[in-house]
Design a protein around this ligand. Structure first.
Ligand code: BES
Ligand code: MN
Ligand code: ZN
Length: 510
């Protein structure tokens, strides 16, 4: 497969709303205040008032109401009210969702030109970035293997409308913010496109080929380690997972080097790249196994983030490492009880071959350190247990020291990838004790997401490290007005924003 962009860049305009050449003009309305909405859009104010009075339109997040702009002085064909919820809860995530809701609703109705009026409640540039993200996220499309070309969404030309009397400075900063939002969301869509690909298409080799293509297009350095080099580096944990598959493993390394590095720090991003996870000999039940095509979502997030970083050009070096394997049962597959040795020398007793993500990540975290990373973040669809702990909308966050974990958490909220920290108390370590080796690869059902994170911690060499468990957030089982069923692209924006926030990083240990 090759990857090509589905979305068009987002424009910024500051001319009067009545002059916009648009199929639909989108205006944000707050819940409980819709009645106080100032008259907009040359639309029939009585119809709007009636829709609000009858509660046809509530202003709740995801709510949409469309009415024609009948006034002859108005160029936009229609007005769309989109709900943003209560004003007291309003933030950039509400702008992002309102814009995505409007984009998806317009796409459904086959309107091409969408103008989104900023509510001008928050800082204008924050609103512009979030709106550009939402509008761009709405371009993602999953049914790519359908033959019916008619069913494909039209590419949407979206524009952000600033308040009418915005000065040149405000316009300039809103334009830069919208360009930034477009990059971040288009790269989230890249990660979504990869997570959507079936396991027979997106093998470790195919993923590596795409990574090389993306690197070449974006000016990143790429290195793909094949089996001989992985063997030469003694990556026994990764290689033991790969053994059961006819598809050979790969390790993708992408490097971003700034022209003028402002800091000596190097961010190491590591993403789980299991292109399909059957569980191996400890095979999974078949009912939801097809979703294990998404077990490379962490790797896709790292690739998407590296592409965004290459475009945003922060003044800090970043290395992306994606270990790629397919976890299959077979005559050569690793067995429960096997003892394997990682590149760093630690031995692991594999009690469950379905706990494969931590094995490949262990060797990848070690390799990121060898390449000079001073600060680590890994992203992985690591455990079913995280969904039991936090549900389907919050990513699990782990790591140390607290300052690094807190920065990753704040950055995630800002990026619209909410994450919440869980503890790594020493007591849990006992669950990973093995009778025969340094570590067991599973620690039983209690605190399953925590013991998985503690396993990874053994391979971080004491560097500042954060782990994002996206097993329950990488794929949406149910559609929302702002988020269709399918891959979410979670963590791309967090990782890219983190690289841009390097002035807030804690110092690495001396
Ligand atoms: N890829 C799975 C985790 C997963 C589960 C991702 C559901 C997305 C949705 C991972 O490799 C796995 O199988 N984890 C096991 C660990 C267990 C054997 C300790 C799990 O969560 O059951
Ligand atoms: Mn597994
Ligand atoms: Zn897995």
């Amino acid at each position: 497969m090759r990857y090509s962009e589905q979305s068009l860049p987002v424009g910024v305009v500051s001319t009067p709303l009545s002059t916009l050449e648009a199929d639909v003009l989108v205006v944000v309305a707050f819940e409980g205040e819709a009645a106080a909405l100032s008259p907009v859009g040359g639309a029939d104010q009585d119809r709007i008032a009636a829709a609000i009075a009858s509660r046809e339109f509530s202003g709740k997040p995801g709510a949409v109401f469309v009415t024609p702009c009948s006034s002859p002085e108005w160029r936009p064909a229609r007005l769309m009210l989109v709900g943003a919820g209560r004003r007291s809860l309003f933030g950039t995530e509400q702008v992002r969702r309102a814009a995505a809701t409007a984009g998806l609703a317009s796409r459904e109705r086959r309107w091409r030109r969408v103008a989104f009026a900023l509510p001008a409640v928050l800082a204008l540039s924050d609103e512009a970035q979030a709106a550009a993200e939402g509008l761009t996220l709405a371009a993602h499309y999953t049914a790519i293997y359908k033959n019916d070309a008619e069913a494909r969404p039209l590419p949407i030309e979206s524009m952000i409308a600033l308040p009418e009397h915005s000065d040149a400075d405000a316009c300039g900063s809103a334009e830069r913010a919208a360009a930034r939002g477009y990059i971040l969301a288009a790269c989230s869509n890249l990660a979504r496109a990869l997570a959507n690909e079936p396991g027979n298409v997106l093998t470790p080799r195919a993923f590596a080929d795409i990574a090389v293509q993306i690197a070449a297009e974006s000016g990143l350095k790429a290195d793909v380690l094949e089996e001989d080099r992985l063997t030469g580096l003694n990556m026994g944990l990764l290689l033991s997972v790969a053994r059961g598959s006819a598809e050979p493993p790969r390790m993708v390394v992408l490097r971003y080097e700034p022209v003028r590095p402002a800091a000596g720090a190097v961010l190491g991003l590591v993403g789980k790249g299991v292109t399909f996870d059957t569980g191996g000999i400890s095979i999974k039940q078949s009912e939801r196994m097809h979703l294990m095509k998404t077990d490379m979502s962490g790797g896709a997030a790292v690739l998407g983030a590296m592409k965004a970083i290459a475009a945003l050009k922060p003044e800090v070096a970043v290395i992306g490492v994606v270990p790629l394997v397919e976890n299959m049962p077979g005559g050569r597959a690793m067995r429960p009880g096997d003892v394997v040795r990682g590149a760093e020398g630690k031995t692991v007793e594999v009690l469950d071959t379905d706990a494969e993500g931590r094995l490949i990540l262990a060797d990848a975290l070690w390799y990121a350190r060898q390449l000079g990373a001073t600060h680590l973040v890994d992203v992985a669809t690591l455990t079913g247990a995280i969904g039991i702990a936090l549900g389907r909308t919050t990513t699990g966050l782990f790591g140390s020291p607290d300052a690094w974990v807190a920065l990753v958490g704040r950055t995630a909220s800002r990026a619209g990838d909410r994450a919440w920290a869980l503890p790594l108390f020493e007591d849990y370590r006992e669950q990973l004790r093995s009778d025969i080796a340094d570590l067991a690869n599973v620690g039983g059902r209690p605190a399953g997401a925590i013991t998985a994170a503690l396993f990874l911690k053994e391979f971080t060499g004491g560097l500042p490290w954060a782990h994002l468990d996206i097993a329950s957030t990488a794929w949406a089982d149910e559609a929302q007005p702002w988020q269709p069923k399918g891959p979410t692209g979670v963590a791309v924006r967090t990782l890219a924003e983190l690289a841009c926030a390097f002035d807030e990083w804690p110092a690495p240990p001396a």
